[in-house]
Design a protein around this ligand. Sequence first.
Ligand code: ZN
Length: 467
Amino acid sequence: MALQNNNSRAVTHKARRSKSKLIWLSVFVVSAAGAVLYSLWNGQSIPFAMLQNSMNQAQPEAPKYKEALEFAMTDFDHGWIRYADQIMVTSDGGVSWTTSDTVPTAVEPTSLGNGELRFLQAPKTISIVNYQSKEYSVKQSQFMTDHIGWAIVNDNGEAGSRLLSTTDGGTTWQTDVTGAVRQALEDEKLLLQRRNEESAFYASLDQTKLALQSEWLLIPNTVNQGDVVLVRHDKPDKLEWQGKSYTLQPFGAGYFTYLPVGTNVPPGDYPIGNKTLKVVSASFPKQYLQVSEQLESMRQDTKRIEADQVKIDAARSQSEPQFLFQSTFLKPIEGILTTPYGHMRYVNGKLSGSHLALDLAAKQGTPIKATNDGIVALADNLYLTGNSIYLDHGMGLFSQYAHMSELRVKTGDRVKRGDIIGLVGTTGFSTGPHLHFTFWANNVPVNPNLFFEKTPFQWLEKSTTNS
Ligand SMILES: [Zn+2]
């Protein structure tokens, strides 16, 4: 459709051009013939100056091109140009133009989303346009985004009669809206959509702009051992971290990965992209637990433990390629904190490892809420953790719930934040009714306290200067 319009316009232009050529030719022929007749009659040779004179006198006063006086584009598709004698409007970004009796009323370009996200740099003002290796002074210009702009110029030739466009922030300009220009406009629309999609996740517009303008962003840039960082980059890439490779996944206008900082990562400064991650020492107290010999012997059945681990690894090996949550994470039950995150646990006097979860004691049967929107990656009765659930929150983030008396969801279910997914119990390796709750970021357990009443994007607030 657009192409057809373009062709028909080109034909009109061509026709107009050949018509004016024809007029010129007749003027020339008539004048030349007159001069020849006169000199023949006079018996003189024809002076060349005379021929030139007759041509000059015959040149019409009307300019070959109409001068564009004023224009406005309301979005990537709609706009108008006013000439002395008529108004032309477009609804396909300048591919085709039709006449209009009036200047259309300007509308806020809502189709482009939040107007603030159209410019990450200050909107450009220009005084010169370079078109086909010639410089023209600008009569009027309008930038719609950092890249896309339009201008009309002072010129009595073709350039002055047309709307010029740029798709590279004003470096190069063209009069014809070619397929490549149209593609650039479509790409820009998509970019704005992605910026708007991403902006919904940040706490403020300033933080959104900070994120969108950064080549690398660490959310946050200072963490404790056992925390997790959300890394954003403006291009696809991979990160090597603590002996593992992390592929940045596209989301919004950027590329993201969770980078888990294990409790065993030594404190210090770590370069990530062009930024520095500061890992601060966390103190994890010791906890001594006495359990019955029968309960302790459970931990010796490595076959069953390994068989469960295969199921868990399979469940956590795939994650939705987007952030599934839309608001903050909530605490699944109120409960009484009996074991905080990171406690070095000694069971019957022997070190049994770090407890990388929260234990929240509550009455048997207390309803447990999904901490946020997600997909049930696993809902199963496991040997050590009893009735267990892993919820996928996308991009490699999972929440884990253990020792439940009852499961209220099954593998594959989609849940919303706050949905009841199970009841508090004491199944598996457990000494009393409680919920064992934690998060896993790319298969590493991370501190759940970071998530409550927050989304990972809101950790940006912790970064005072994101250097
Ligand atoms: Zn626990």
